[in-house]
Design a binder for this molecule. Sequence first.
Ligand code: DX5
Length: 223
Amino acid sequence: MIIIEPSILSADPLSIGEQAEEVKRCGVDTIQVDVMDGHFVPNITFGPRLVRALHNRIKLKLDVHLMMNEPDRLIASLAAAGADQLIIHQEASPDLYRILQTIRGLHMKAGVALNPATSIEAVEEILELVDVIQVMTVNPGSGGQEFIQNELDKVRRLKKMLDEKNLRIPIAVDGGIDPQTAPLAAKAGARVLVAGSSIFNSNAPVADNIAALRASVNEILEE
Ligand code: DX5
C-alpha cells in the first residue's frame, strides 16, 4: 500500500482545522505537522499547541516532523498533546539513540529523517528503534521546493539495505511530491508520500489534488 500523507505546512494558516477535516473526508488517516525552530532550519512554524488543537478536534493520526535542534526538549509535551509519531532528524542530535527510545517509551511511533547530504549508513545503528525512515527529497525548511532527483537513488539503496536485513520499515519521502514525482519515488521503494503544495493550492480542490496523487501511483502497485 502507498500512503499519501498531507503536510499541513502548505495549508492556509487561517483555516488549518477546516483543511485537515477536508483531507480526512478524502480518506486520509494521517497528516504531517512540520515543527521548525528557526535554527535547524531558517523557518519557524508550529508547536505542541497546534498538535493538541488538531488532536482534540479531528480524529486523524498526527505525524510530527521535528526540524529542530535539541528535539528532546519537545518530546514530552508533544506526547501530552496527542502526537502519534515523532520524526527526528539524524543530524539534529548526537543523542539520537536515547531520543528514539524515549519516544517509544511514551507510546508514540518513532521515525528518523535524513537530509539530502546525509547517507543511509547514518541510520544503520538505530534501525530497530524506528517505525519509518523519511528521506528528505528537498532541503528541509519550506514547502513548494523542487524535488531533488538524486534522492531517488538514495531511496533505492535504502530499500535494498532494509531488504537485505529483512526489515520491513516503510520509507517515506518528503518534499516536492506531486503526480510526476510520486510514481518515481514509489517505484524506488517509498511507501509514504508526504505532500504539501501539490495538495493545498489554489489550482484545484484538495480532493482533486489527492485523487491525482493517488492515480499517479496506482499503476506502481499493479506492477
Ligand atoms: C519541508 C517539509 C515538507 C514540506 C513539503 O521542510 O518537511 O513537509 O511541507 O511541502 P511540498 O510538498 O510543497 O514540498
